[in-house]
Write a protein that binds this ligand. Structure first.
Ligand code: ZN
Length: 490
């Protein structure tokens, strides 16, 4: 088979070129005419005949070596693997310095990654990384995906202009075949930076509370809002004003250092960002710390109701609920911010229910048999009245959650528009369905002790764009007027 390849002459060229050229030794053979002449002479001389045999054997050996080399190359080719290439995040716009993240995957490693931008027939190389080539000794390798981040943009690609272009990325596998994967996508080069200017109001902010800021944004921007430490809050166009005249209802989260400076920001997909400060004063709050005794009866009740099929001892199961489930439930609540109406659904102060049993952002030390076993922050107010008392909507809004929610038990969440939402937990009964519009004071359920609750009460909380805040402010008509409404066009 392989011999035929050899005799076929052309076939071997094809194979060798597939095998990336020079590695396979080039075949050499004795020209046919000379061979024929020698055979005639051999009939006369034993020495010559021995010599011819030797030549014949050498030829066979040579053929065997070539066959082996070609066979091994074919095998290595067959064992080479494909390269997978993907972008870490979408790239639609390239600015002055746009961060591009690429993941390249080949179990035999990556020999080369290159990135270029092409515009009107001109090519700009923006990135190249190479590793020493490994063509034969790659078997048994299992290299993890390789992630590279590089900057693409007019700052390094000089001559690149605002307008349409293509971003091309290539990755070559590090084995014999050197399989190349490509990404070729259209991009927009846009170097106009966003600009943002905040209002001239005074912003008095309670740590753990909310505030509103208005601002104007211009240039090329696609996202704008407020940033407080690691938190960001969306903005919306002011009612009746153009898209670039915006406001953001934001929180100064209870767990952000009181010295943090909140800023308004605007950014675009090229990674360009502008920020602006506004006048503010933060009132730091001392949040309380409380010990909470855990009885076996309480653990039993909670574990049986919330996670009846869990494994481990009682305390272990409780701690899982108190930590992991609490985190998940809070995430579910935070994600409800995407189910908000872009209009004010509420009017006037929010209703307060029952009497206060615990305050917002109390730190709780959980004590079991005299030992502290956990510490969590209680985000909300526990409000108690008579058992199974009617629970009413604190303000007009739309129901966005009406179901069990782990530690919060039967829970209702009402959206009041622009990311402001109220939360009612531990209900014994839910009287509304998701999607329903409710009026302030309308009954939405009854108080109870479902979820992580020792006795009948309502866990009441408010959140601003997914961050829980103290509801006290929203119970106060003056605060609402001064801090929220006075900054918006009437
Ligand atoms: Zn509570």
């Amino acid at each position: 088979m392989l011999l035929q390849h050899y005799r076929g002459g052309e076939a071997i060229t094809t194979l060798i070129s597939v095998g990336r050229g020079a590695e396979a030794p080039a075949p050499s053979r004795i020209p046919g005419d000379q061979e024929k002449g020698l055979r005639i002479a051999a009939a006369r001389s034993p020495a010559l005949s021995w010599y011819l045999d030797l030549l014949g054997n050498m030829k066979k050996a040579l053929l065997a070596v070539i066959a082996l080399a070609v066979g091994a190359s074919l095998l290595l080719l067959a064992l080479s693997s494909a390269t997978a290439l993907s972008l870490d995040r979408e790239v639609r716009v390239i600015g002055a310095e746009t961060l591009v993240g690429v993941k390249a995957e080949n179990p035999h490693g990556i020999r080369r990654i290159t990135a270029t931008i092409e515009q009107e027939g001109r090519t700009f190389k923006v990135f190249e990384a190479t590793h020493p080539a490994r063509r034969f000794f790659f078997l048994g390798k299992s290299e993890p995906p390789q992630t590279v981040n590089f900057i693409a943009g007019t700052k390094t690609a000089q001559g690149l202009r605002d307008g349409k272009a293509r971003l091309m990325i290539e990755a070559v596998g590090n084995d014999l075949r050197g399989h190349t994967a490509r990404i070729d996508i259209p991009v927009e080069v846009n170097t106009q930076p966003p600009r943002v200017v905040a209002d001239g109001f005074q912003h008095y902010i309670n740590q753990g509370g909310a505030e509103l800021v208005t601002f104007k944004v211009s240039g090329y921007w696609t996202e704008a809002g407020v940033r407080v430490g690691p938190y960001t809050f969306r903005s919306f166009p002011m009612p009746g004003r153009p898209e670039n005249e915006r406001f953001s209802l934001f929180a100064f989260p209870w767990d952000v250092d009181a010295n943090t400076v909140p800023v308004v920001y605007a950014r675009n997909p090229s990674g360009a960002e502008a920020t602006a400060q506004f006048w503010f004063k933060v009132f730091p709050k001392k949040f309380r710390t409380r010990d909470l005794e855990l009885s076996d009866a309480f653990l039993e009740k909670v574990v049986q109701q919330i996670d009846p099929s869990g494994s481990g001892d009682l305390l272990e199961r409780f701690l899982r609920i108190n930590r992991d489930m609490r985190r998940q439930n809070n995430q579910t609540l935070a994600d409800l911010r995407f189910k908000t109406e872009e209009r004010f659904l509420w009017k006037g102060p929010f209703l307060r229910y029952g009497k206060t049993e615990s305050l917002f952002a109390d730190t709780r030390n959980y004590i079991y048999r005299g030992k502290a076993v956990d510490r969590q922050t209680h985000l909300g107010f526990d409000l108690a009245d008579v058992q199974q008392a009617p629970v009413r909507a604190a303000n007009d809004g739309k129901v966005v959650w009406a179901a069990d929610l782990g530690i919060y038990g039967n829970t209702v969440v009402i959206d009041h528009g622009y990311g402001l939402q109220s939360i009612y937990g531990h209900l014994s009964e839910i009287a509304v369905k998701p999607g329903a519009m409710v009026k302030k004071g309308e009954q939405i359920g009854r108080s109870g002790a479902t979820g992580l609750a020792g006795g009948d009460h309502v866990h009441f909380s408010m959140q601003v764009d997914g961050v829980q805040v103290t509801p006290v402010e929203w119970w106060d008509e003056h605060w609402i007027q001064d801090r929220i409404l006075s900054k918006l066009p009437s």
